[in-house]
Design a protein around this ligand. Sequence first.
Ligand code: URA
Length: 288
Amino acid sequence: MRPEPDLRNLEAILDFHVASGVDAALDEAPHDRFAESAAEMASRQARQAPPIQPGERPAPACPAAASSPAASSLAVPAVNPALAASAEESALVARAAARAATSLEELRAVLEAFEGCALRLTAKSLCFADGNPQARIMFVGEAPGGEEDRAGLPFVGRSGQLLDRMMKAIGLDRGSAYIANIVPWRPPGNRTPTPQEAAICRPFIERQIELCDPDILVCLGGPSAQALLGSRDGILKSRGRWSEYATGTRTIRAMATLHPAYLLRAPHQKRLAWRDFKALKAALEKKE
Ligand code: URA
């Protein structure tokens, strides 16, 4: 007869997982990621892929890219973090890949095939964007959380619901705004993306902004403001100030505001966000 499981042990094991950042089951059965990477490395070596040199244009389409119709026509880099010598190299590869995408659909396909950011290994989904790509206003947050990862869409959890209410207060919804994140994969345990992860993913969000071509860019929270607006001040200081953002094809207006997740923790600061949202509304009305 099978022994009864020791419930105290199970609890301790679960506590250990949660403390290590494993707070969501992504599949029915566990995955041995070590075995998966070893097999991938072996198959790459068998194909004798030459190592990527700094500044060199990466190898042709990888198998994941071939499965996507939009990606099959693109030169999508096949770069594994183990092969890329550094985050800078991955960022270079990301830049070339992002540039190659000529539409948002192609950019999504490129990201789906991109292997230069290890976050994709622990995330269930790519959370590319939600909303209307033709919108005049684009909101960019930090990174997806657990609910976003499960849904494959940005800002659908509690902070997304607050964002919806904030947008509604100035007459916006997901049909009149476009929403994305600086990092499209959920960091384990909802931690803040590392500067390396943000740097690797930055070419993709920059290209996404360029292809979406909004009139107004809104950075939600400090990490987004730092990544896109080069802001060095804390978000409480930098929020609410208009600045300019060069998309690559033109210069648009940009503003950082408080992240809805922060507002859920500090509701007394909502009055500051409301001030920012009123300024956004006025700017949208002025240009119409
Ligand atoms: N927080 C973010 O920054 N982005 C999301 O998509 C969800 C929560």
